[in-house]
Design a protein around this ligand. Structure first.
Ligand code: AMP
Length: 481
């Protein structure tokens, strides 16, 4: 939960969500299923939403700025007739925030059209775009997804589908869980390191690929497995084919998905996020015990972590803060009194659970430090005797270049301050972050197979000016011949 961002109306930033569904029988109801799937992954992006379907002749698309419920109504869903389609919810990682940059991105070429939806961020977009522009391509957006779609179309003119995908995988570097609509097929690719999540679900009459398994649950499907890093999945007329196009000895699954982004009821790369968060909370309790009477989560992202902390520490669990679930995007008055009201409107204290008590409050992360500082102030005003903050991630010290809208290095409070320095800024009586070792153990994936760039400043792909842990290897060389 991020109070300052709420005030600015910017709390709605998250990683993107993608979905692709293909049904066996040629019924026309695909858009409704995609709509429900997008609704389920709404937490991954609230800036824009879009759906593309293939109606047997052309690709129909509807997209717009806002939440899924704001972008679509029944008439648009009825217009999107077809048995195969893809969808996307977006927050900006590359490119400005505008309708043109919303997805799916449609690219027409002489043999037809493709629609593309992307979760992740490429690190070599500028270079690729320059090459394509020199070759005569014209771009309508500033997003890396359009660059990928153009590359794909060029390769499709030269090769068959599998070879075309192999060829783009040799060119694009970064994180990508990509879903394309290519006439009557859904094409899905996950980058060779599996940085962003993508899984396969089986439906009653077809298959789906989607960022998080919760959407498979929503559609009454069965989670089959994750799309493997470096794998291509083709779903046509409800049948699925898989091709392992790149084999890298390591993975680099994003740790922040486990810490904050993914829903706790999702299974990412074989791990239930809920279990991971309970484990992190327990580690936190072992590493940073607190002399406290009451333990409370900072809602909502601290809830599962706090449960783990409670189970290990035995400290009485009571909620001290309550979030208004219906707040949406409130229009915020600019003057100071109304700003205070706006904070209260979104988050309130439960005074009897706070007054006279020593509190331990658990949250997932500290980015700029504004949220923690405001919350410490709030509970002190409500009469807390002492406030101990416990955080379910190690200090965030470096920016993310691979698909998470974090903050610039200058804005990250832990980039230049020690833990004692952060503790002083947020005015807590004590501050404890889970250790890197504790986090890795809680996730249950080895350090060499996680992307922890935001915590260590060491990235799995080469980013200009930053350190790369796999610098000696060229990622694209792992794509098989
Ligand atoms: P801050 O006030 O900048 O320290 O924000 C920290 C809070 O924002 C935490 O409570 C997180 O739940 C939340 N948060 C962490 N990362 C993000 C993100 N990338 N986008 C939006 N909120 C985030």
């Amino acid at each position: 939960m991020d109070v300052e961002s709420w005030l600015l109306g910017e709390d709605l930033h998250d990683a993107c969500g993608v979905v692709g569904i293909s049904l066996r029988d040629q019924e026309n109801g695909i858009a409704k299923s995609i709509y429900y799937a997008l609704y389920t992954v709404q937490h991954r992006g609230q800036e824009a939403a879009g759906i593309s379907v293939y109606d047997g002749q052309t690709i129909r698309t509807h997209k717009g700025l806002g939440l899924v419920s704001e972008v679509f109504d029944e008439s648009q869903i009825n217009f999107l007739k077809g048995s195969v389609g893809i969808g996307h919810v977006r927050y900006p990682t590359t490119g400005q925030s505008c309708l043109e940059n919303s997805q799916p991105v449609l690219v027409k070429y002489k043999n037809g059209a493709i629609a593309a939806a992307h979760n992740g961020n490429l690190v070599n977009t500028a270079q690729l775009r320059q090459q394509l522009e020199q070759a005569g391509d014209i771009f309508h957006t500033s997003s890396d997804t359009e660059v990928i779609a153009h590359l794909f179309v060029r390769e499709l003119l030269k090769y068959d589908l599998v070879e075309a995908v192999r060829s783009i995988m040799r060119k694009i570097i970064g994180s990508y869980s990509l879903v394309f609509l290519f006439s009557d097929a859904v094409i899905a690719i996950r980058d060779p390191l599996g940085i962003k999540p993508l899984c396969i679900g089986e439906l009653e009459n077809g298959f789906m690929v989607v960022s998080e398994s919760v959407a498979v649950d929503t559609l009454n499907g069965k989670l089959i497995r994750d799309v493997r890093p470096g794998e291509l999945i083709i779903i046509k007329h409800g049948d699925l084919k898989a091709y392992q196009l790149a084999r890298h000895p390591n993975t680099a699954h994003c740790v922040f998905e486990y810490i904050y982004f993914a829903r706790p009821d999702s299974i990412l790369d074989g791990r239930l996020v809920y279990d991971v968060r309970v484990n992190i909370g327990a580690k936190l309790a072992e590493e940073h015990p607190a002399e406290a009477d009451i333990l409370s989560p900072i809602p909502d992202s601290g809830i599962t972590l706090a449960l783990g902390y409670h189970q290990r520490s035995g400290i009485t669990y009571r909620e001290c803060l309550m979030k208004n679930r219906y707040i949406g995007r409130t229009f915020i008055m600019p003057d100071q009194t109304m700003r205070e009201t706006a904070v209260r409107l979104k988050l309130n204290t439960i005074k009897p659970n706070i007054e006279g008590y020593n509190l331990v409050l658990v949250d997932d992360s500290i980015v700029r430090g504004t949220t923690s500082r405001r919350i410490v102030d709030m509970v002190r005003k409500a009469g807390a005797r002492s406030v101990h903050i416990r955080i379910g991630s190690p200090p965030i010290k470096a920016p993310c270049y691979l698909g998470i809208d974090m903050a610039s290095r200058e804005e990250l409070i832990a980039a230049f301050k020690s833990i004692a320095g952060v503790e002083a800024v947020i005015r807590a009586d004590s501050l404890g972050y889970v250790s890197l070792k504790g986090l890795v153990e809680a996730i249950g994936i080895t350090e060499q197979n996680l992307c922890m760039g935001c915590l260590t400043g060491l990235y799995p792909v080469e980013v200009p000016g930053e350190k790369c842990i796999m610098a000696q290897t060229k990622l694209t060389e792992y794509v098989s011949a």
